[in-house]
Design a protein around this ligand. Structure first.
Ligand code: NAD
Length: 422
């Protein structure tokens, strides 16, 4: 399937959107130029003693794009296609995401070039601990707070917190978010990103005067984000007709049995949809899933999925970006011309970082929120952000992506100008 290729640089994508937004806002180069450069970038080499007796050296990164509005915040990705430019782009998207939902964070991101599916539990633990020790000078509750992303989960966050605590000599719960419930985690974090996507799906359908019940949807990616999104959309009555993972997808025009698929995928760590079979199912590729005739398409896997090669074949009426950067700028322009509505990543998938923020606050204040409190506050923030983005887009005659960036760039630039150059 389409993936980051030699000519595609996701960081260039970010820069072009920021420049366009700054021009519309009337900023001079001096006023917004700091947004074009990440504040700090660390590259680390991580030697791991492998189960076969050999040593393998992995490459990792931590990038802080901005700490202007607060500590850097952003996930850690374990994936073979991780690159420096990808981490830079992901860090920058975090800056603008936190600004759109108006939480007091900047943006950061980390990653290790590895395939976690091929590593044993012990190797993964060792890799995580050594990576955490290597980036420890940069992270901390007031500096930079990692969280899960592609290939990482609550277990990896527990290992990161443990290593950081070992180095400090005491437990520091607020150094990472997305932790297990018994280790300073917050109720609702596991499903927060998917819940935010679901809330955004309801909001966009309302604006389009469309019923939720029976609306057809295809979800690409069945990880942390895609699986919860598929489950919650199914629960609110949408007809989820296709889902996929790295091995390909499954399709049933009458609607999939999402709980059964999720039960199958949770049986083993490496269960894949290509091995899932029932009588009514059609197996399809990720490329085919993206061009299905559905009302809503939810890319929830990786960047660069909807691009110049396939944007003119997208048949969905609305693209809801649950992944970060799934649509290239070239594709954005094609979708806009074709009047396909796109709800941008920095709004649609912000639920995860919003509940991470609650978790961090909870850890610092040594409080425990109920799941109902978490979900109510999450909905409040997502609804306000959606309305602000919608109004910004309408007022400027722009796409929802540009509407979101106009808000985010303004908030970050105003904070920068307010602080002055030290
Ligand atoms: P994950 O690792 O839990 O799941 C990724 C899914 O994508 C898996 O189903 C995997 O099989 C599939 N996948 C991997 N490589 C693929 C490929 N080449 N083609 C098609 N599918 C592939 O990751 P996640 O945490 O669900 O993250 C998914 C996206 O959502 C990413 O863009 C991530 O940055 C973004 N995101 C995640 C969070 C979060 O809280 N985890 C928050 C906001 C945004």
């Amino acid at each position: 399937m389409g993936r980051v290729n030699a000519t595609y640089n996701p960081y260039d994508n970010v820069l072009r959107v920021v420049e366009n937004a700054a021009a519309i806002l009337g900023y001079k180069e001096d006023e917004y130029s700091t947004l074009k450069y990440p504040e700090r970038e660390l590259k680390v080499s991580i030697p791991v003693a492998m189960d076969n007796g050999g040593i393998q050296v992995f490459e990792g990164f931590r990038v802080q794009h901005s700490t202007t509005r607060g500590p850097a915040k952003g996930g850690v990705r374990f994936h073979p296609a991780v690159s420096h430019d990808e981490v830079k782009a992901l860090a920058a998207w975090m800056t603008f995401k936190c600004a759109v939902v108006n939480i007091p964070y900047g943006g950061g991101k980390g990653g290790i070039i590895c395939d976690p599916r091929t590593l044993s539990e012990r190797e993964l633990h060792s890799l995580t601990s050594k990576y955490t020790a290597a980036i420890a000078p940069l992270i901390g509750p007031e500096q930079d707070i990692p969280a899960p992303d592609v290939g990482t989960n609550a277990r990896v966050m527990a290992w990161m917190m443990d290593t950081y605590g070992m180095l400090k000599g005491h437990t520091v719960l607020s150094v990472v978010t997305g932790k297990p419930l018994g280790l300073g985690g917050i109720k609702g974090r596991g499903e927060a990103t998917g819940r935010g996507v679901m809330i955004t799906a309801q909001n966009i359908l309302k604006k389009m005067n469309r019923q939720v019940a029976g609306t057809t949807v295809a979800v690409q990616g069945m990880g942390n984000v895609g699986s919860v999104t598929a489950r919650l959309l199914h629960e609110i009555g949408m007809k989820v007709v296709a889902v996929s993972d790295v091995s390909g997808g499954v399709y049933d025009p009458d609607g999939l049995d999402i709980p059964e698929i999720l039960a199958y995928l949770s049986q083993t760590r490496n269960a894949l949809l290509c091995d899932y079979r029932t009588d009514s199912l059609i197996h399809l590729t990720n490329a085919e899933l993206l061009t299905l005739d559905v009302t809503m398409l939810v890319p929830a896997a990786l960047e660069n999925q909807i691009n110049g090669d396939n944007a003119d074949q997208i048949r969905a009426e609305v693209v809801l970006e649950a992944a970060n950067g799934p649509t290239t700028l070239e594709a954005d322009e094609i979708l806009e011309k074709r009047e396909i509505r796109l709800v941008p990543d920095i709004l649609a998938n912000a639920g995860g970082v919003v509940v991470s923020y609650f978790e961090w606050v909870q850890n610092i204040q040594e409080l425990c929120w109920t799941e109902e409190q978490v979900n109510t506050e999450l909905r409040n923030i997502m609804d306000v952000a959606f309305d602000e983005v919608w109004e910004s887009a309408e007022a400027n005659g722009k796409t929802l992506r540009m509407g979101a960036y106009l808000i985010a760039v303004k908030r970050v630039v105003e904070a920068r100008l307010g602080r002055g150059i030290f």
